[in-house]
Write a protein that binds this ligand. Structure first.
Ligand code: ADP
Ligand code: ZN
Length: 707
C-alpha cells in the first residue's frame, strides 16, 4: 500500500524526481488508479509518457515495482535514466553474471530498490522475491508483445499470466502503443486482469509536423534537408539494405556524416550504430525499419521516409520516434509510385495479401491527400480531429484549386491513344514530346498528342496524373505492367465535356544553407546551431555524457537545455525551476551548468562576493577532506570535484596530484599520448586503456604531462 496521503505527494514527487511541474493528460488519473491497487491497461502513443505511469507509483509504494520489458538493450538506458534522477533502480537479465544477479536479489531483500527491470525469460530467477512481501506493483511494458495478433509477438510473454495468480493482490499495469482492439483484449485475457480499466490516450502528437514531398531528386532534397538541420539527430528510413548503404555513402560524400543500419549487419555492428546514435556520436542513421524499437532517445528531431512505408501503423510508429521530449520535430515522407508498385509486389502472394494491399492503399491516400494529413492519420486510429491541425504541409500550404479540364483531357487522350497499354513514364514522355529510344521505336512521336504538353514540367504532369487517379479518372493496372487505364469517369471528360478540378503543385523551394543561417539570426527557430548558450550547454552535456558513459539525453533533454538558455538560472534554486531539473540532477550537474551559463553571459563568477566553485573545493582539500567527503559536503559529482582538482593543479595551486594518480599511470598516459594520433579527446584515451583507467585519472595525468 502507498502512504496514506499519497495524493498530496503526486506533484511534489514528479517535481522532485523528474523536475516536471505537471502531469500530462491522463497520467495522474492512471497513477492514482494504480496506487489504489487496481489493474490498468494504458494505451498511449510512442513518446506519450507511459513510463511515468508506473515510475511515480513505484516511488510512492512501499516495496518494489517490477517492470517486465522485452528489450534487454533498452534496460540499461532506462535504469541509467532513473539513476540520473537519484532513483534506486536496477535491471535483471541474462547479460549479467550469477554474482551480479545475486547482488540484485540482496538489494531487493534489503529494500534498496524501487524499480527492477526484468526480461520475461529471466523471471524464473526471481522466484525468491516474487511475492507480495517484496513486490508492490508490476508493470508490463510493451504489453502487445503478449499477443500473436500484434506485430512484435514474443512467446516468452505468454507465460506472464502466472504473475496475477501468484501475486493476486498486487496491481498490474500493462502498457503499449498498439491500439487495436483484438490485441487489447488478448492482453487482458493473458495477463488474467479482466477487470483492468483501459486508459486510451489521444494518438495525436502535435509537436511532430508532417510533410510529404514528391520523390524527384530525393537524394538532393535529403542532403539539403539534413544540412539545414545540422547538430540535430535524425533517422532516414529506407526500404532495403542496399538503399541504406547507398544513401549513407552519398550523404558522407556530400559532407554529411551518416551510418547505415540493417539486419544484414552483425549483432555487434548493429549495437554499435545504435549506441553511437543514442550517445549523440552519430547524428544521422540510414536504416531499415528494424531500427528504433530499442531506442528511447528523446531528442530525435526529424524522421525521413526515403521510401513509402507499407502501412499507416508502421509510418506512425516510425515518425513517433521523433520529438519525444515534446519539442518540435519534423516527419518528411517521400512519395513515389515506384515504391507503391514495389510494395504491391512484395504483398502479392502473401497469405493476407488483401489486407496488406488495403493498408497500402490507405498509406497511398494519406500521401496524396489534399486535406489535413493529421486528420487522415488520426481517423485511421479511430480518432476524429475537429479542426485542421495547422502543422502539416497541407494546412500550411493549402492546395489551390483551378479548372484543370484541359489538362485532364490532354492526359486522358494520351492514355486513350496509347491504347491503355503504357505506364505513367511513357505517357509523360509522349505529353512532353521526348525523343527517346522507346518512344521512337514504338512510333509514338507520330501520335496526335505527342508533345502537346511541353509547357508543363514533368514533375507537374506527374502531380496532375496522381490527382486524376485519386479522383477516379484513371487507374493503374498493376497486373498489366502498371499500365495506366481509363475508367467510366474518363469518358465523361473525354466525350461529354465534364469539368475537372485540380490543385496546383506546391513547389518546395530549398533555401541554400547560407540563406538559412542568415534567417536563423533574425528569427530564432527551436534549436539553434551557432555559438549560442544552447550550443554551449549541449557541448557540456555531451562532455558529461562521455565521462559518465550515459546517453546525453538522459542528463538533460533538449527541452530542458532550451529552457536553461531562456531563463539563464544562476543558482541551484533557479535551476530547479527549469522543467526537467529534479533535485538530484540539480545537485549533481547544477554547478557545471550554472558555471557555463555565467561564463557565456560574461559575468565573472562574482569573485568578491562568491568564491568560484573550484576554489571552494580547494579550501576543503586544504582542510584535508577526502574527495568523497568533498562530494558529500558540496553535493557534487566526483567527476566535478576531480575536474576542479585538475583545474587547480594546472592553475598552479598546491595540489599533490599523486594523491590521485600513480607515477606509473602518468607514465602510461604519456605513452598513450604518443600513440594516439590526432585525437585529443579523453574518450580516445579511455578507449586506449580499454576503459580500465578512469576519466579523472586520465585528465589529471594529462594536466601533469601538459604542464
Ligand atoms: P513512452 O514510453 O510513452 O514512449 P516516455 O515515458 O519515454 O514515453 O516519455 C517520453 C518523454 O516525455 C520522456 O522524455 C519523459 O521524460 C517525458 N515526460 C513524461 N511525462 C512528462 C510530464 N508530465 N511532463 C514533462 N515531460 C514528461
Ligand atoms: Zn493539417
Amino acid at each position: 500500500m502507498p502512504l496514506p496521503d499519497y495524493k498530496k505527494q503526486l506533484l511534489p514527487t514528479l517535481k522532485k524526481h523528474f523536475g516536471y511541474d505537471q502531469f500530462r493528460a491522463q497520467q495522474q488519473e492512471i497513477i492514482e488508479y494504480v496506487l489504489e491497487g487496481n489493474d490498468a491497461l494504458v494505451i498511449m502513443p510512442t513518446g506519450g509518457g507511459k513510463s511515468m505511469c508506473f515510475q511515480v507509483p513505484a516511488l510512492l509504494f512501499e516495496g518494489l515495482t517490477l517492470v517486465v520489458s522485452p528489450l534487454i538493450a533498452l534496460m540499461k538506458d532506462q535504469v541509467d535514466g532513473l539513476k540520473a534522477n537519484g532513483i534506486q533502480a536496477n535491471f535483471y537479465n541474462s547479460s549479467q553474471s550469477a554474482e551480479e544477479q545475486h547482488a540484485i536479489l540482496e538489494q531487493v531483500i534489503n529494500a534498496q530498490l524501487k524499480l527492477l527491470y526484468v526480461a520475461p525469460e529471466s523471471l524464473a530467477g526471481l522466484s525468491n522475491i516474487l511475492n507480495e512481501r517484496y513486490v508492490s506493483c508490476i508493470a508490463i511494458d510493451e504489453a502487445h508483445c503478449i499477443s500473436s495478433w500484434g506485430h512484435d509477438f514474443r512467446p516468452s510473454y505468454q507465460q506472464l499470466g502466472f504473475l496475477k495468480k501468484s501475486l493476486p493482490n498486487i496491481p498490474i499495469i500493462a502498457l503499449t502503443a498498439t491500439a487495436d482492439k483484438a490485441t487489447r483484449q488478448d492482453i487482458l485475457d493473458q495477463l488474467k486482469i479482466p477487470n483492468a480499466q483501459q486508459f486510451i490516450s489521444s494518438f495525436d502528437r502535435q509537436n511532430i509536423s508532417l510533410e510529404v514531398r514528391s520523390g524527384t531528386e530525393k537524394v538532393k532534397q535529403i542532403i539539403s534537408f539534413v544540412k539545414k538541420h545540422a547538430n540535430e539527430s535524425g533517422i532516414i528510413y529506407c526500404l532495403s539494405r542496399k538503399n541504406t548503404e547507398e544513401l549513407a555513402k552519398k550523404l558522407n560524400s556530400n559532407g554529411v556524416p551518416a551510418t547505415a543500419y540493417h539486419a544484414g549487419l552483425s549483432f555487434n555492428e548493429r549495437s554499435k550504430v545504435q549506441e553511437d546514435f543514442v550517445y549523440d556520436h552519430t547524428q544521422v542513421v540510414c536504416a531499415t525499419v528494424a531500427f528504433g524499437m530499442g531506442i528511447d532517445k528523446s531528442n530525435v528531431r526529424w524522421v525521413i521516409h526515403h521510401n513509402m512505408p507499407k502501412n499507416i501503423e508502421g509510418y506512425y510508429q516510425e515518425i513517433g520516434r521523433g520529438g519525444r521530449d515534446g519539442l518540435p520535430a519534423h516527419a518528411l515522407l517521400f512519395h513515389s509510385y515506384a515504391d507503391v508498385i514495389q510494395l504491391r509486389r512484395f504483398a502479392s502472394g502473401a497469405s493476407n495479401e488483401e489486407v496488406q494491399i488495403a493498408k497500402l492503399e490507405r498509406m497511398k491516400q494519406f500521401s496524396e491527400a489534399t486535406t489535413c494529413r493529421r486528420k487522415i492519420l488520426l481517423s485511421y486510429f479511430g480518432e476524429l480531429l475537429e479542426e485542421n491541425c495547422g502543422n502539416c504541409d497541407v494546412c500550411k500550404n493549402p492546395p489551390q484549386i483551378f479548372d484543370g479540364t484541359i489538362i485532364a483531357q490532354k492526359i486522358l487522350s494520351a492514355v486513350y491513344r496509347l491504347k491503355e497499354k503504357e505506364a505513367i513514364g511513357t505517357i509523360l514522355d509522349v505529353l512532353r514530346g521526348s525523343q527517346n529510344v522507346n518512344i521512337l521505336e514504338k512510333g509514338y512521336n507520330n501520335l496526335k498528342t505527342f508533345g502537346i504538353g511541353k509547357d508543363i514540367a514533368w514533375k507537374d504532369w506527374q502531380h496532375f496524373i496522381i490527382q486524376l487517379m485519386n479522383q477516379g479518372y484513371c487507374e493503374i493496372a498493376f497486373h498489366k505492367n502498371n499500365a495506366l487505364q481509363l475508367t467510366e469517369f474518363s469518358k465523361n471528360v473525354l466525350f461529354k465535356g465534364a469539368k475537372v478540378s485540380l490543385t496546383r503543385p506546391v513547389h518546395i523551394a530549398e533555401p541554400k544553407v547560407k540563406e538559412k543561417v542568415k534567417r536563423t539570426k533574425t528569427k530564432r527557430k527551436s534549436i539553434p546551431t551557432n555559438d549560442t548558450l544552447f550550443e554551449r550547454l549541449r557541448q557540456l552535456r555531451y562532455k558529461i555524457s562521455k565521462e559518465e558513459n550515459i546517453p546525453a539525453y538522459l542528463i538533460f533533454s533538449d527541452k530542458t537545455l532550451i529552457e536553461m538558455e531562456r531563463d539563464r538560472p544562476m543558482s541551484i534554486m533557479d535551476l530547479m525551476d527549469v522543467s526537467g531539473v529534479g533535485q538530484h540532477k540539480a545537485e549533481t550537474y547544477g554547478d557545471e551548468f550554472i558555471e557555463e551559463i555565467m561564463k557565456f553571459l560574461g559575468s565573472k563568477p562574482k569573485k568578491e562576493k562568491k568564491r568560484s566553485t573550484h576554489l571552494i573545493t580547494y579550501d576543503l582539500y586544504k582542510k584535508g577532506l577526502s574527495i568523497e567527503e568533498i562530494c558529500m559536503q558540496r553535493k557534487l559529482r566526483d567527476t566535478t570535484i576531480y575536474s576542479h582538482i585538475a583545474k587547480l593543479h594546472s592553475d598552479g595551486k598546491d595540489i599533490n596530484i599523486y594523491d590521485f594518480v600513480s607515477k606509473r599511470e602518468v607514465e602510461d598516459v604519456k605513452k598513450a599520448k604518443q600513440n594516439i594520433e590526432g585525437s585529443t579527446s579523453l574518450k580516445a584515451y579511455y578507449d586506449y586503456f580499454d576503459e580500465q583507467l578512469d576519466y579523472f585519472k586520465i585528465r589529471l595525468a594529462l594536466s601533469v604531462i601538459d604542464k
